[in-house]
Design a protein around this ligand. Structure first.
Ligand SMILES: O=C(O)c1cc(=O)[nH]c(=O)n1[C@@H]1O[C@H](COP(=O)(O)O)[C@@H](O)[C@H]1O
Length: 226
Protein backbone atom coordinates (compact mmCIF):
# COMPACT_ATOMS: atom_id res chain seq x y z
CA UNK A 1 0.00 0.00 0.00
CA UNK A 2 1.24 3.46 -0.87
CA UNK A 3 -0.01 7.01 -0.29
CA UNK A 4 0.53 10.01 -2.58
CA UNK A 5 2.79 12.73 -1.17
CA UNK A 6 3.13 16.42 -1.99
CA UNK A 7 6.04 15.75 -4.36
CA UNK A 8 3.92 13.38 -6.43
CA UNK A 9 5.84 10.32 -5.30
CA UNK A 10 4.24 7.60 -3.29
CA UNK A 11 5.36 7.27 0.28
CA UNK A 12 6.55 3.76 1.01
CA UNK A 13 4.88 2.51 4.16
CA UNK A 14 7.75 0.24 5.18
CA UNK A 15 11.08 2.07 5.36
CA UNK A 16 13.63 0.95 2.83
CA UNK A 17 15.87 -1.69 4.36
CA UNK A 18 19.52 -0.88 3.70
CA UNK A 19 21.44 -4.04 2.92
CA UNK A 20 24.95 -2.68 3.10
CA UNK A 21 26.91 -5.83 2.41
CA UNK A 22 29.98 -6.01 0.21
CA UNK A 23 29.56 -8.84 -2.27
CA UNK A 24 33.07 -9.20 -3.76
CA UNK A 25 36.55 -9.46 -2.26
CA UNK A 26 37.67 -6.03 -1.02
CA UNK A 27 39.50 -3.80 -3.51
CA UNK A 28 42.86 -2.49 -2.32
CA UNK A 29 44.27 0.94 -3.08
CA UNK A 30 47.28 -0.24 -5.08
CA UNK A 31 45.12 -2.47 -7.31
CA UNK A 32 42.76 0.39 -8.13
CA UNK A 33 45.71 2.77 -8.64
CA UNK A 34 47.24 0.32 -11.15
CA UNK A 35 43.97 0.05 -13.12
CA UNK A 36 43.52 3.84 -13.19
CA UNK A 37 47.15 4.24 -14.25
CA UNK A 38 46.69 1.76 -17.10
CA UNK A 39 43.59 3.71 -18.17
CA UNK A 40 45.64 6.92 -18.28
CA UNK A 41 43.48 8.72 -15.72
CA UNK A 42 46.44 10.69 -14.27
CA UNK A 43 47.59 13.68 -16.30
CA UNK A 44 50.49 15.91 -15.32
CA UNK A 45 51.09 19.30 -16.93
CA UNK A 46 49.00 22.45 -16.67
CA UNK A 47 45.26 22.07 -16.24
CA UNK A 48 42.50 24.26 -14.87
CA UNK A 49 40.10 23.14 -12.19
CA UNK A 50 36.38 23.72 -11.99
CA UNK A 51 37.24 26.48 -9.50
CA UNK A 52 39.49 28.20 -12.09
CA UNK A 53 42.69 27.36 -10.20
CA UNK A 54 45.67 25.98 -12.14
CA UNK A 55 46.74 22.47 -11.21
CA UNK A 56 49.89 20.54 -12.15
CA UNK A 57 47.95 17.25 -11.97
CA UNK A 58 44.46 16.40 -13.20
CA UNK A 59 42.66 13.14 -12.49
CA UNK A 60 40.14 12.18 -15.14
CA UNK A 61 37.96 9.40 -13.77
CA UNK A 62 35.40 9.78 -16.55
CA UNK A 63 37.65 7.51 -18.58
CA UNK A 64 36.78 4.50 -16.43
CA UNK A 65 33.23 4.26 -17.75
CA UNK A 66 34.89 2.81 -20.85
CA UNK A 67 35.89 -0.23 -18.81
CA UNK A 68 32.96 -1.85 -16.98
CA UNK A 69 35.45 -3.92 -14.95
CA UNK A 70 37.38 -0.89 -13.66
CA UNK A 71 34.19 1.12 -13.14
CA UNK A 72 32.84 -1.71 -11.01
CA UNK A 73 36.10 -1.96 -9.09
CA UNK A 74 35.95 1.75 -8.22
CA UNK A 75 32.32 1.39 -7.15
CA UNK A 76 33.16 -1.70 -5.09
CA UNK A 77 35.99 0.20 -3.37
CA UNK A 78 33.52 2.88 -2.23
CA UNK A 79 31.03 0.22 -1.10
CA UNK A 80 33.73 -1.49 1.00
CA UNK A 81 34.47 1.82 2.72
CA UNK A 82 30.82 2.61 3.38
CA UNK A 83 30.24 -0.86 4.83
CA UNK A 84 33.42 -0.69 6.96
CA UNK A 85 32.27 2.65 8.40
CA UNK A 86 28.77 1.28 9.02
CA UNK A 87 27.13 4.25 7.30
CA UNK A 88 23.35 3.97 7.04
CA UNK A 89 21.25 5.45 4.25
CA UNK A 90 18.13 4.79 2.22
CA UNK A 91 19.12 6.16 -1.20
CA UNK A 92 22.20 6.70 -3.38
CA UNK A 93 22.59 9.91 -5.39
CA UNK A 94 25.50 10.57 -7.78
CA UNK A 95 26.77 14.14 -8.10
CA UNK A 96 25.76 15.04 -11.68
CA UNK A 97 26.92 14.04 -14.17
CA UNK A 98 30.32 12.37 -13.95
CA UNK A 99 29.45 10.24 -10.91
CA UNK A 100 26.20 8.82 -12.30
CA UNK A 101 27.71 5.56 -13.66
CA UNK A 102 29.50 5.03 -10.34
CA UNK A 103 26.35 5.75 -8.34
CA UNK A 104 24.40 3.25 -10.45
CA UNK A 105 26.88 0.51 -9.62
CA UNK A 106 27.04 1.44 -5.92
CA UNK A 107 23.24 1.20 -5.85
CA UNK A 108 23.40 -2.21 -7.50
CA UNK A 109 26.20 -3.62 -5.33
CA UNK A 110 24.63 -2.46 -2.06
CA UNK A 111 21.06 -3.11 -3.21
CA UNK A 112 20.02 0.40 -2.17
CA UNK A 113 17.69 2.45 -4.43
CA UNK A 114 19.16 5.23 -6.52
CA UNK A 115 17.71 8.68 -7.11
CA UNK A 116 18.91 11.15 -9.69
CA UNK A 117 19.35 14.86 -9.09
CA UNK A 118 18.96 16.97 -12.20
CA UNK A 119 21.27 19.92 -12.70
CA UNK A 120 18.13 21.96 -13.30
CA UNK A 121 14.47 21.09 -12.79
CA UNK A 122 12.68 20.21 -16.03
CA UNK A 123 10.43 22.99 -17.36
CA UNK A 124 7.91 20.39 -18.58
CA UNK A 125 6.34 17.12 -17.48
CA UNK A 126 6.73 16.44 -13.75
CA UNK A 127 9.16 19.42 -13.27
CA UNK A 128 10.94 17.37 -10.63
CA UNK A 129 14.49 18.11 -9.51
CA UNK A 130 14.91 14.65 -7.99
CA UNK A 131 13.98 11.70 -10.19
CA UNK A 132 13.04 8.33 -8.75
CA UNK A 133 10.74 7.07 -6.01
CA UNK A 134 11.47 8.23 -2.49
CA UNK A 135 9.98 8.75 0.89
CA UNK A 136 10.36 12.28 2.33
CA UNK A 137 12.64 12.15 5.37
CA UNK A 138 14.83 9.41 3.89
CA UNK A 139 18.60 9.63 4.03
CA UNK A 140 20.81 9.99 0.96
CA UNK A 141 24.43 8.92 0.49
CA UNK A 142 26.16 11.13 -2.10
CA UNK A 143 28.63 9.56 -4.53
CA UNK A 144 31.28 11.57 -6.40
CA UNK A 145 34.28 10.68 -8.58
CA UNK A 146 36.92 13.33 -7.78
CA UNK A 147 36.60 15.94 -5.05
CA UNK A 148 38.63 19.14 -4.85
CA UNK A 149 36.91 21.82 -2.75
CA UNK A 150 33.77 19.81 -2.10
CA UNK A 151 31.63 22.51 -3.74
CA UNK A 152 29.91 20.11 -6.18
CA UNK A 153 28.94 17.82 -3.30
CA UNK A 154 27.79 20.80 -1.21
CA UNK A 155 25.55 22.12 -4.00
CA UNK A 156 24.03 18.68 -4.56
CA UNK A 157 23.40 18.20 -0.83
CA UNK A 158 21.72 21.60 -0.60
CA UNK A 159 19.31 20.79 -3.44
CA UNK A 160 18.49 17.38 -1.98
CA UNK A 161 17.87 18.79 1.48
CA UNK A 162 15.37 21.25 -0.04
CA UNK A 163 13.40 18.20 -1.22
CA UNK A 164 12.93 16.97 2.36
CA UNK A 165 15.63 14.34 2.18
CA UNK A 166 18.54 14.11 4.61
CA UNK A 167 22.17 14.03 3.55
CA UNK A 168 24.82 13.24 6.13
CA UNK A 169 27.54 11.39 4.22
CA UNK A 170 29.35 11.66 0.91
CA UNK A 171 31.91 9.33 -0.60
CA UNK A 172 34.30 9.79 -3.52
CA UNK A 173 36.80 7.63 -5.32
CA UNK A 174 39.47 10.31 -4.87
CA UNK A 175 40.04 13.27 -2.57
CA UNK A 176 42.51 15.77 -4.00
CA UNK A 177 43.09 16.87 -0.38
CA UNK A 178 42.37 20.53 -1.06
CA UNK A 179 40.09 21.22 1.88
CA UNK A 180 36.93 19.26 1.07
CA UNK A 181 36.75 17.44 4.42
CA UNK A 182 36.76 20.70 6.41
CA UNK A 183 34.53 22.56 3.91
CA UNK A 184 31.91 19.81 3.95
CA UNK A 185 32.00 19.47 7.73
CA UNK A 186 30.80 23.10 7.89
CA UNK A 187 27.66 21.88 6.13
CA UNK A 188 27.29 18.88 8.46
CA UNK A 189 28.54 16.50 5.78
CA UNK A 190 30.86 13.66 6.65
CA UNK A 191 33.22 13.03 3.73
CA UNK A 192 35.07 9.81 2.92
CA UNK A 193 37.26 8.87 0.00
CA UNK A 194 38.95 5.68 -1.11
CA UNK A 195 42.08 7.22 -2.69
CA UNK A 196 43.96 10.40 -1.82
CA UNK A 197 46.11 12.69 -3.95
CA UNK A 198 49.11 11.80 -1.80
CA UNK A 199 48.55 8.10 -2.55
CA UNK A 200 48.34 8.86 -6.28
CA UNK A 201 51.58 10.87 -6.20
CA UNK A 202 53.31 8.02 -4.33
CA UNK A 203 52.02 5.60 -6.94
CA UNK A 204 53.41 7.79 -9.73
CA UNK A 205 56.80 7.76 -7.97
CA UNK A 206 56.79 3.94 -8.05
CA UNK A 207 56.13 4.20 -11.81
CA UNK A 208 59.14 6.56 -12.18
CA UNK A 209 56.72 9.20 -13.45
CA UNK A 210 57.53 11.53 -10.59
CA UNK A 211 60.32 12.32 -8.15
CA UNK A 212 59.91 12.81 -4.40
CA UNK A 213 60.86 16.50 -4.89
CA UNK A 214 58.19 16.99 -7.55
CA UNK A 215 55.65 15.34 -5.26
CA UNK A 216 56.49 17.84 -2.50
CA UNK A 217 56.18 20.77 -4.96
CA UNK A 218 52.76 19.55 -6.08
CA UNK A 219 51.59 19.07 -2.50
CA UNK A 220 52.69 22.63 -1.69
CA UNK A 221 50.91 23.92 -4.78
CA UNK A 222 47.68 22.13 -3.87
CA UNK A 223 47.85 23.48 -0.32
CA UNK A 224 47.54 27.07 -1.59
CA UNK A 225 44.13 28.61 -0.99
CA UNK A 226 41.78 28.85 -3.99
O1 LIG B 1 37.97 20.57 -11.47
C1 LIG B 1 38.35 19.87 -10.53
O2 LIG B 1 38.56 20.32 -9.38
C2 LIG B 1 38.67 18.45 -10.80
C3 LIG B 1 39.98 18.03 -10.63
C4 LIG B 1 40.39 16.75 -11.05
O3 LIG B 1 41.56 16.35 -10.91
N1 LIG B 1 39.45 15.93 -11.59
C5 LIG B 1 38.14 16.31 -11.76
O4 LIG B 1 37.39 15.50 -12.29
N2 LIG B 1 37.72 17.57 -11.32
C6 LIG B 1 36.30 17.98 -11.39
O5 LIG B 1 36.00 18.75 -10.24
C7 LIG B 1 34.80 18.37 -9.61
C8 LIG B 1 34.95 18.47 -8.11
O6 LIG B 1 35.43 19.72 -7.75
P1 LIG B 1 34.85 20.42 -6.44
O7 LIG B 1 33.45 20.81 -6.73
O8 LIG B 1 35.77 21.63 -6.26
O9 LIG B 1 35.00 19.44 -5.30
C9 LIG B 1 34.56 16.97 -10.05
O10 LIG B 1 33.19 16.72 -10.22
C10 LIG B 1 35.26 16.92 -11.39
O11 LIG B 1 34.35 17.30 -12.41
Amino acid sequence: MTAATANGNHAIEDPVVVKTQAVSPPVDESTLFEELYQMKCFRTGEFYLKSGQMTPIYIDLRRIMSSPRVLRMAAQAMCDKVVAKNIKFDYIVGVPYAALPLATLVSDILNVPMLMKRKEAKAYGTKQLIEGVYQPGGTVLLVEDVVTSGESIRETAEAIRKENLKVMDAIAVLDRQQGATANLAEDDLNFLSFLTMEGILDGLITKNEMTEDRKQQIIEHLAKPF
